[in-house]
Ligand binder design. Structure first.
Ligand code: SAH
Ligand code: SF4
Ligand code: F3S
Length: 477
């Protein structure tokens, strides 16, 4: 297949942070593309974080605006997009696997357009591999140019060539896009894009560009619209939401935003992800004062050892982290805290790992995503020599998970015999005649009912059983 390379990724330029104003683009569909997808279908496979899920909702909105309809047979759609994640090696392995399956499909249906987008194409290695070994892929684009989607598809149809546009600039802010949201009662709301933290193991600052905050007016208006549409819950998204506003004029912060959003009438506000260094007093006070801000905080610690934290470039110490955790518990006694932890960072000693275990016991996490360190080409940690064997890394992960899983269970046990408010998501996979949803503390709760009219409503449930991964309860009359 012929290649049209509009732009290729460069990790080196992706690293640059220039002091120029971020451009806000107000999306408007060019008439040229109206009807581009009429009579055709699409499907988007989404991997990775909530940021990718939100991006997929925008791409679905753009595709439906030009006439595409969601396919009920993903592997046989006219346009198939893979919105990818590059955070760890195994995230990428899964995607190469799905691409393998699509290859066969494309052979049977040569008119199908296969596109790969999101974080993986932002990496030079991944894009080179796609260009060299995955000839059947028609479209390659990254995280900075979703608004070009109709043009890229148009080009692919017109030229029958592979169209590659991966921009490594620091990104813009895209407003006013259509969106097809996955839920009718819970919504993602991006409040900022990108990341400037440069933790030494992490690829995100390279794949997502510099930190850039949406205007508070755009965010507040989006939440008000969601309230009018009947939405009950918003999750504010950003790689480091606590840095919200730092790139804007004035001294409006994330805490101020929480107080303002509380007044919109939305029932539940969640946010992710919080960087411990930037979590400030005002945000913690907002968690105490605002009824809609839910008593759950995901506060990734990564390690409990000061030397490792330093080499990771996390910019806080164990003591500083614990001080914030304790302050939070003082202000919001009912809070549930969850975290992310990496084990087996280059040269982590057993003693350093023990410091992580000690911190976990001290905080009393009620959940965590735990990972074995994965080397990401282009990041500073990738150059660090690593002496720990695979077996040792897995053993540490297992030992850590024992403590974390106990925390999950304890987090559920504390609600035994209590009445909790559950925002109902739908029928439960946990057995016939069961429905499920989440409590304010983000505890998955199953209860007996087959009343589908409860979906999207908040109901009271008395907790009767506490398991490791969920709670079971009875619907209160
Ligand atoms: N911005 C968020 C989340 C980033 S990615 C934050 O800072 O917390 C989600 C998690 O993936 C991280 O918190 C980290 O625990 C993990 N992660 C990131 N890079 C990794 C790597 N190279 N190897 C293993 N885990 C990694
Ligand atoms: Fe990655 Fe660190 Fe940014 Fe999180 S804060 S996205 S871990 S660089
Ligand atoms: Fe993955 Fe990109 Fe999110 S690397 S975790 S999809 S920002």
């Amino acid at each position: 297949m012929k290649n049209i390379k509009i732009a290729l990724p460069s990790l080196k330029s992706a690293k640059l942070r220039r002091n120029i104003n971020v451009e806000t683009i107000r999306y408007k569909l060019d008439n040229k593309y109206v009807g581009l997808g009429t009579g055709k279908t699409y499907y988007i496979f989404t991997y990775g974080c909530q940021g990718n899920e939100a991006d997929s909702e925008v791409m679905a909105g753009i595709l439906e605006q030009v006439g595409y309809k969601l396919s009920d047979d993903p592997m046989n759609s006219d346009v198939v997009l893979l919105n990818t994640c590059a955070i760890r090696e195994n995230a990428e392995q899964r995607i190469w696997g799905v691409l393998g399956q699509l290859k066969g499909r494309k052979r049977e249906n040569p008119d199908m357009i296969v596109g790969i987008c999101g974080c993986m194409p932002q990496e030079e290695n991944a894009t080179n591999k796609i260009l060299e070994s995955y000839d059947f892929i028609d479209l390659v684009f990254g995280t900075h140019n979703r608004e070009h989607l109709p043009e890229l598809i148009y080009q692919a149809y017109l030229t029958k060539a592979k169209v590659v546009e991966v921009l490594s600039n620091e990104g813009t802010i895209l407003e006013d896009t259509p969106k097809i949201r996955a839920s009718h009662h819970k919504a993602w709301v991006n409040i900022m894009y990108g990341c400037d933290e440069f933790c030494t193991y992490c690829i995100v600052p390279y794949t997502r560009g510099r930190e850039r905050s949406r205007s508070k007016e755009d965010i507040i208006n989006e939440v008000k619209e969601l309230v009018e549409l009947g939405y009950k819950e918003v999750t504010l998204l950003g790689q480091n939401v606590n840095a919200y506003g730092k790139d804007l004029d004035g001294d409006y912060t994330f805490g101020d935003l929480l107080y303002d959003l509380d007044k919109t009438g939305i029932s539940r506000i969640r946010y992710t992800t919080s960087h411990p260094r930037d979590l400030d007093e005002k945000t913690m006070l907002a968690m105490r004062d605002c009824k809609s801000v839910m008593p759950h905080l995901h506060l990734p610690v990564q390690s409990g050892d000061n030397d490792i934290l330093k080499i990771m470039n996390r910019k806080y110490t164990y003591e500083e982290y614990m001080k914030k955790v304790n302050r939070l518990k003082e202000l919001v006694p009912d809070i549930s805290i969850t975290t992310d932890i990496i084990v087996g960072f280059p040269n982590e000693t057993e003693e350093q790992f023990q410091n992580t275990l000690k911190l976990c016991r001290e905080v009393g996490y009620e959940g965590a995503f735990t990972f074995i360190y994965s080397k990401r080409e282009g990041t500073p940690a990738a150059k660090m020599p690593d002496s720990i064997g695979d077996e040792e890394k897995h053993d540490r992960l297992n030992r850590l998970n024992v403590i974390i899983n106990e925390g999950y269970k304890k987090g559920h046990e504390r609600f035994l015999d209590k009445v909790v408010e559950v925002l109902v998501d739908g029928e439960s996979k946990n057995g016939e005649g069961m429905m499920c949803g989440y409590t304010p503390n983000l505890k998955l709760t199953h209860f007996k009912s087959n009343d589908l009219s409860l979906i999207g409503k908040v109901v009271k449930v008395k907790v009767t059983e506490a398991k490791t991964w969920f709670m079971i309860g009875e619907l209160c009359e």
